[in-house]
Design a protein around this ligand. Sequence first.
Ligand SMILES: CC(C)(COP(=O)(O)OP(=O)(O)OC[C@H]1O[C@@H](n2cnc3c(N)ncnc32)[C@H](O)[C@@H]1OP(=O)(O)O)[C@@H](O)C(=O)NCCC(=O)NCCS
Length: 171
Amino acid sequence: MHNVVIETERLILRPLTVADANEVFQWVSDERVSRYMVYNTYETVEQVIQWLRYIETETEEYHFGYVRKSDGKLIGSGSIGPDRKQSFWGFGYNFRYDCWGQGYATEAAKAMVKYAYNTLGARKFASSHVEPNKASGRVMEKCGLHFVGYGEFQKLDGSCKMRSMEYEGEL
Ligand SMILES: CC(C)(COP(=O)(O)OP(=O)(O)OC[C@H]1O[C@@H](n2cnc3c(N)ncnc32)[C@H](O)[C@@H]1OP(=O)(O)O)[C@@H](O)C(=O)NCCC(=O)NCCS
């Protein structure tokens, strides 16, 4: 687990811990949020605790909880990290449904990309989204990536195959 904390205009990006389980459960249990993510909709807080324990052991991926400064609430999470061949850095994010449409994803994703660029030496970035999830594509574009082609999305358990849109950028 890393101990990186990043401050933006409206957010604090900081490591997630097991103590965040109840707040994280608010969005990972929400089908409107999970349907375009690789994870299946969470059914219990215990499942979230297991996931948070797992990411504490990860060394390459930088997972962040996004805390809204105005009220101290955790409103989303995401991560950035090198792919297996280290040829590019991938990133992703998800937010509580009632916080969509306020520019938070753009703010958080840009901050993660900037951190990876400035501090970790990352130059090539890539991400992708399920085709209908146009808002996520806009976030990627605003991070300096561009659409490079279609791919295939599937959930971690292999279910729910859908067409994806792939983005890359060299910054
Ligand atoms: C995708 C998600 C992270 C976007 O978060 P957000 O905080 O609402 O995003 P932002 O407000 O920073 O920006 C969204 C951009 O998409 C645009 N947008 C929103 N809905 C859109 C739509 N249906 N079609 C096209 N663009 C859309 C917004 O106008 C904005 O672009 P703009 O600044 O040029 O106007 C959020 O909807 C979410 O958590 N979804 C569920 C999880 C998920 O899909 N994660 C990404 C997986 S790849």
